[in-house]
Design a protein around this ligand. Structure first.
Ligand code: PEP
Ligand code: MN
Length: 355
């Protein structure tokens, strides 16, 4: 069985390998922390030149040395066929493809080609831009090159929105990936999403609550003096605390009381959903009637005042104070857009008949 099929899969280690000593300290201090794979970047893709770009091939020698005395798996990022060749020779156990590589199909093809015929676990980080198809495309390229041990890593996206986080999580994208490819383990990298160590826990817990298959967390013996990503790395102690505090939940439970209770609640939800569908049907019937009247009196389908009134009043109709007004507003945007579309169709059809 592939290591990537273990759930929860816990990957931890420094953003970058900095010295053999640093790597040994991390391995020793994480020995009792239920870590399955140690991560360490050897070649670092940095946004600006002139910054620390990784220790390069000598980091591979440090890892090989450590693996002689400690039974531990290592994962590194590979970004070129040369990286792949050197890392395979050094006996690295798992590769990951960085966000800046996933965006480039030429790069992905080259790496996948270099791995052809090698039964190697490969984890593909999401592309830096919020494009699900690029992420899927990269996974497909590896799959087509014969790599069957695949996982996806969610590390957040660059967007123009401002947020507390370094990279926007946009949870809908990884969830969409999971629903299309349920067999591919989905791992969250809360460190790169957060950008700050105090936000790592909340993101990691959310990922677990969304039934992710594992976590990849940056851990450094002396985070403040780390050569890359100093603000987001945890000390080994903080990491152990994190693992102890996190709630690891199951995807389902076999407890019969739970199953019966859930069935009851879901039956009630199904009934309400039927009422929602009937209400939407009834609304659309009236929309058609209104469309015919508007046409008769030569009035536009879209009327700004009505649009504003609907978007303002419906959230105000919430009575329990618990429902999110934005949800109601979004819902009515969708409904009202559809209503306008229906009325435009009525008008379009009529005017083409008159012409
Ligand atoms: C990393 O894991 O250190 C890294 C460079 O990540 P990403 O490709 O997600 O930026
Ligand atoms: Mn990093």
């Amino acid at each position: 069985m592939s290591i990537l099929s273990k759930k929860p899969l816990i990957i931890a280690g420094p953003c970058s390998a900095e010295s053999e000593d640093q790597l040994r300290t991390v391995v020793d201090s994480l020995q009792n922390a239920q870590v399955d794979i140690i991560r360490a970047g050897i070649w670092k893709p940095r946004t600006r030149p002139g910054t620390f770009h990784g220790v390069g091939a000598r980091g591979l020698r440090w890892i090989s040395e450590i693996k002689k005395s400690a039974k531990v798996m290592f994962a590194i990022e590979v970004a070129t066929p040369q990286h792949v060749e050197m890392a395979l020779k050094a006996g690295i156990d798992v590769f990951w493809i960085g966000s800046r590589s996933t965006v480039n199909p030429f790069t992905v093809d080259e790496i996948a080609d270099a791995l052809r015929g090698v039964d190697m676990p490969v984890m593909v980080k999401n592309p830096i831009n919020p494009d699900l198809l690029l992420w899927i495309g990269a996974l497909e390229r590896f799959n087509q090159a014969g790599i069957k041990q695949l996982a996806a890593i969610h590390r957040g996206f660059c967007t123009t929105q401002t947020s507390n986080y370094r990279y926007m999580p946009l949870w809908g994208i990884p969830i969409d990936l999971k629903s299309r490819f349920p067999e591919i383990p989905l791992i969250c990298d809360p460190s790169h999403i957060a950008g700050k160590r105090n936000l790592v826990f909340e993101i990691a817990q959310k990922a677990l609550d969304l039934d992710y298959d594992g976590l990849m967390v940056e851990v450094h013996p002396d985070p403040d003096n780390a050569l890359s990503d100093a603000d987001q790395q945890l000390t080994p102690d903080a990491f152990s605390q994190l693992i102890n505090l996190l709630q690891f939940r199951q995807s389902r439970a076999s407890d019969t009381v739970f199953i019966t209770k859930m069935e009851e609640i879901r039956n009630e939800i199904d009934q309400i959903d039927r009422q929602i569908v009937s209400a939407v049907e009834a609304r659309m019937h009236l929309v058609i009637k209104a469309g015919i009247e508007k046409m008769k009196y030569n009035v536009t389908a879209f009327q700004l005042e009505r649009w504003n009134d609907i978007l303002q009043s419906r959230p105000e109709w919430i009575t329990n104070g618990k429902t999110n007004p934005e949800l109601i507003q979004e819902l009515f945007k969708v409904i009202h857009n559809e209503s306008i579309k229906i009325q435009l169709e009525i008008m379009g059809k009529n005017s083409s008949e008159n012409n």
